[in-house]
Design a protein around this ligand. Structure first.
Ligand code: NCD
Ligand code: ZN
Ligand code: ZN
Length: 345
């Protein structure tokens, strides 16, 4: 197979940032995807429907400025609200009904970039979870415990056991997406869990294991959260993504940080994969002899889980090698300097 035409795909987890960085990264995502679930972890975080509406306008303006009218018309940002212990369930519900807020994002406080305003006491958000459950609005979760006594490579598995499993039992009707899963524990938990539980998988967790962080020296461009795990976990993720199981779908977690912020004494977590995301995923499906399952993972499972229509139109990938640039403005893209065998036409 030398060309692959699929229904236009979506990215169910992306960080588009704000200001100057937004101008660079928003067009890159719009060139690859029809829609994208935009993470709310700005400073300050997006916590109201009004703030989400304003942010959506800034995103659309950035896509227009960087890619023109046609690109802006073809791309729809889907907005999320950042769950704090004081978030107003009525505002969420209204924002959801008005088509401004698609989902709500739960960051355990301290788990990742800009998560300090996140949740410390799950009990405090019970009214919000009840509202989400009632109206069918998805809860998206960064699934790691923040207890520094827990080994960083175990924080996802421990989160599932201590937090997620009890939460799903308390709210059996809640639609939950466990974001950017990194372990076989998460794969098993989602696979055997209820139909209202799904997961996104990033391209980088399909390509790298934790060795990539230390290959010949410390590699800040391979550092993200949840951190890449052992090879056995990467293999479990590849099997899940290419299995055809509708509980697993595409979410890049493209999370740009400028080079000076990555290459620092305390470097930021996040991998910028948006510009070559489809090519990166296609390489995995190709290597696993599963190109026939790529469309379902990229373009069907996500909208079906969210209860949204599938996109119209198609995109085509060609088997044409391309070398990923060493940097794009002040960002180092995932696969920098490598050759990818596929190219989005
Ligand atoms: C994300 C970011 O930089 O915003 N970083 C990351 O390593 N994935 C936050 C997140 O998704 O956890
Ligand atoms: Zn996260
Ligand atoms: Zn993320």
């Amino acid at each position: 197979m030398n060309t692959l035409t699929i229904r236009r795909p979506d990215d169910w987890h992306v960080h588009l940032r704000d200001g100057a960085l937004l101008q660079t990264v928003a067009p890159a995502t719009a060139r690859q995807f029809g829609r994208a679930i935009v993470m709310p972890n700005l400073r300050p975080p997006i916590t109201t429907a009004a703030a989400a509406r304003d942010y959506r306008e800034r995103i659309q303006a950035a896509v227009h400025a960087g890619g023109g009218e046609a690109l802006a018309a073809a791309f729809t940002p889907l907005m999320t609200a950042y769950l704090t212990e004081t978030l107003d369930p009525a505002d969420l519900e209204l924002g959801h009904c008005q088509g401004v807020l698609t989902a709500v994002k739960l960051y355990p406080a301290g788990a990742t970039t800009n998560s300090d305003a996140g949740v410390r006491d799950l009990g405090a958000i019970t009214p919000v979870l009840e509202a989400l459950e009632r109206i069918g609005m998805p809860l998206l979760i960064h699934g790691e415990v923040t207890d520094s006594a827990i080994d960083i490579f175990d924080r996802e598995a421990v989160f599932i056991e201590r937090v997620l499993d009890p939460l799903l039992r308390r709210h059996p009707g809640l639609k939950v997406v466990l974001e950017h899963i990194t372990t076989s524990d998460a794969v098993d938990f989602v696979r055997t869990g209820p139909a209202n539980l799904a997961a996104t998988i990033t391209p980088h967790h399909l390509h790298i294991n934790r060795n990539a962080l230390f290959a010949g020296g410390l590699r800040p461009d391979m550092y993200c959260l949840p951190v890449a795990k052992r090879e056995l976990h990467r293999l479990a993720l590849r099997a899940a993504a290419t299995s055809g199981n509708p509980k697993f779908f595409l979410g890049t977690d493209s999370a740009p940080h400028e080079r000076h912020a990555k290459e620092s004494a305390c470097g930021c977590a996040g991998i910028y994969n948006a510009p070559f995301a489809l090519e990166s995923y296609a390489a995995v499906f190709d290597a696993e002899n599963a190109l026939d399952r790529f469309e379902a993972f990229a373009s069907e499972h996500g909208p079906r889980f969210y209860g949204l229509p599938l996109n119209d139109g198609t995109v085509t990938l060609e088997r044409t090698p391309q070398t990923v640039p060493e940097h794009i403005d002040a960002l180092v893209p995932f696969h920098a300097g490598e050759t990818l065998n596929w190219q989005l036409v």
